[in-house]
Design a protein around this ligand. Structure first.
Ligand code: LLP
Length: 401
C-alpha cells in the first residue's frame, strides 16, 4: 500500500496499528496454486497461527483454502469463520488427549505426532482415519527456534520408528490416510525441501491406505528488496513432477497439501508506529516509538529483519538510526538502519507484519494490544479494537485484601 493511504489509516484509526491488505493475500494464494497447477489434486491449508484474525480466515475461506490448526481454539475460530469441517486439518504437537478427542468429535482431520498418542487413539477410535506427522531428520529453517524437522526436534514420529507405527496399526486396525511433515520456517534452500520430500514419499510407500501427502510449509519470503526467498515457481515445477510420478508408482492419485503461513500473509501486513522520541547519544541516534516487543516480537525472538520506512518523510535525507521500543528491556526493531530523516511524531512503517506479529503479541508491561485494520476491495475496516484498561483487568480476580 502507498504511504499516503497508510498515513490516512493511521490518522483515522489511531496508532500503533496493524494494517492488512487482502489483495496481497489473494495474489500470494494464486501464486501458490499456479506454482503447483500441474498437480491434479492440490490443497492449500492456511496456517492459522500466522494470523488468526477471523476476517483473514474468512478471506481465505472465500478463496477455497483449507486451514491448518494447532489448537482446539484455532479449530473453533475456523468453524466460526465458516470453514467446512472437511477443510480443517488439525496438526498439533504434545497436546492433551482430551483436546485431541474434542477435535475428533468435531470431525476434523487429525494428525498424530507420537507413538504413545497413536496407541491411545487407535485403542479408542480405530474407525477414524488419521494422518501421521513424521520427523524426516532434515535440518531446515532460518533459525534454530523454527527448525523443527531435525533429529533433536520434538516434532513428529521419527522415520526410524516406522516399525513401531506398523505394529500399532496392525494391533488396532487404525487406518492411516495421510503422511505429514513440516521441517521449519524461512527455508530458502529448495534442496532441503526436496531431500525431505524423498524421505516423506518413502514413508508413504510403507502404507497402502494413503490419500494425501502434507508437505507442511516453511517458504522463505523476502523481508527487504533483493532478499533471498524460496523460488516457489522452480520448486513447484520440480516437486509437482516428482509427486505426479510418485502417484503413478503408488497407484493412486494422492492429494498434495501445503500449509503456508508466512507465504500467504507476511507481506500483506504493515505495522504503523509513531515516533515518541529522537534521542541522539554519543554512539547511536535512537528512535523511540510507541510500541515494543509486546506488539512485535520477531526481531527480539529470532533476530528477524523487518524493513522500516519513514512514511511521514519518505523523501528526506537518509540517516542511520536504531529503532527501539518502549519496553523495559533492550527491545530493538532495527539496528543501524538507513531511514529518511526522522522527527518526533513521524509515522514509521514496519513491513512484513502480516505473519506472526499480532498473533504473537502480548500485554507485557501492561500495555494494550493494538487495533487491526483490513483493506479489502478498496475499503478499510476496523477488524479489532485496541484493548483498553478494562480488558487488562478482565480475567483478574480482585481480592478484598
Ligand atoms: N505447518 C506447521 C505444522 C507449522 O508448525 C507451521 C509453522 C506452518 C505450517 C507454517 O509455516 P510458515 O509457512 O509460516 O513458515 N513464529 C515464527 C514462525 C514459527 C512457525 C511455526 N510453525 C516466526 O515468526 O518466524
Amino acid at each position: 500500500m502507498d504511504n499516503q493511504s497508510l498515513l490516512a489509516l493511521s490518522e483515522k484509526y489511531g496508532n500503533p496499528i496493524y494494517v492488512y491488505n487482502t489483495e496481497k493475500i489473494i495474489s500470494q494464494y494464486n501464486r501458490m496454486t499456479n506454482a503447483f497447477s500441474n498437480v491434479p489434486k492440490l490443497k492449500i491449508n492456511y496456517a492459522v497461527k500466522a494470523n488468526s484474525n477471523i476476517n483473514i480466515l474468512k478471506v481465505l475461506n472465500t478463496l477455497k483454502s483449507g486451514v491448518d490448526c494447532v489448537s482446539i481454539q484455532e479449530v473453533k475460530l475456523a468453524l466460526e469463520a465458516g470453514f467446512n469441517v472437511k477443510d480443517i486439518f488439525f496438526t498439533p504437537s504434545g497436546i492433551s488427549f482430551e483436546e485431541m478427542e474434542t477435535a475428533t468429535k468435531l470431525g476434523v482431520q487429525i494428525t498424530l505426532d507420537s507413538l504413545s498418542v497413536l496407541e491411545k487413539f487407535g485403542a479408542k477410535y480405530s474407525n477414524i482415519p488419521v494422518c501421521l506427522r513424521i520427523n524426516p531428520h532434515v535440518m531446515a529453517g532460518g533459525n534454530h527456534k523454527i527448525s523443527v524437522g531435525h533429529i533433536d526436534s520434538k516434532f513428529g514420529i521419527s522415520i526410524y520408528q516406522i516399525d513401531g507405527i506398523k505394529n500399532i496399526v496392525e494391533k488396532t486396525g487404525l487406518k492411516i490416510n495421510g503422511i505429514h511433515m513440516h521441517t521449519g520456517s524461512d527455508i530458502y534452500n529448495i534442496d532441503a525441501f526436496l531431500t525431505a520430500t524423498e524421505i516423506l514419499l518413502n514413508t508413504v510407500k510403507e502404507f497402502d491406505t494413503i490419500e494425501f501427502v502434507d508437505f507442511g510449509s516453511g517458504f522463505k519470503v523476502p523481508y527487504k528488496e533483493g532478499d533471498i526467498e524460496t523460488n516457489l515457481e522452480k520448486m513447484g515445477a520440480t516437486l509437482s513432477n516428482r509427486f505426479n510420478e510418485f502417484c503413478k508408482e503408488y497407484g493412486r492419485e494422492l492429494t498434495m497439501i501445503f500449509e503456508p503461513g508466512k507465504f500467504l500473509v507476511s507481506s500483506a501486513g504493515s505495522f504503523l508506529v509513531k515516533v515518541n522520541v529522537v534521542k541522539p547519544t554519543p554512539n547511536i541516534v535512537f528512535i523511540g516509538v510507541n510500541s515494543g516487543l509486546n506488539h512485535l516480537l520477531r526481531p527480539m525472538m529470532y533476530d528477524a529483519y523487518h524493513h522500516i520506512t519513514n512514511i511521514s518523510n519518505p523523501e528526506g535525507e537518509e540517516k542511520i538510526y536504531d529503532v527501539v521500543g518502549y519496553i523495559c528491556e533492550n527491545d530493538t526493531f532495527g539496528s543501524n538502519r538507513r531511514i529518511s530523516e526522522v522527527s518526533e511524531n513521524d509515522v514509521l512503517c514496519i513491513h512484513n507484519a502480516g505473519a506472526y506479529c499480532f498473533s504473537m503479541a502480548s500485554n507485557y508491561n501492561s500495555r494494550f494490544r493494538p487495533a487491526e485494520v483490513l483493506v479489502h476491495e478498496g475499503k478499510d475496516y476496523l477488524i479489532r479494537k485496541e484493548e483498553n484498561f478494562e480488558d487488562l483487568l478482565h480475567n483478574q480476580i480482585v481480592l478484598d485484601l
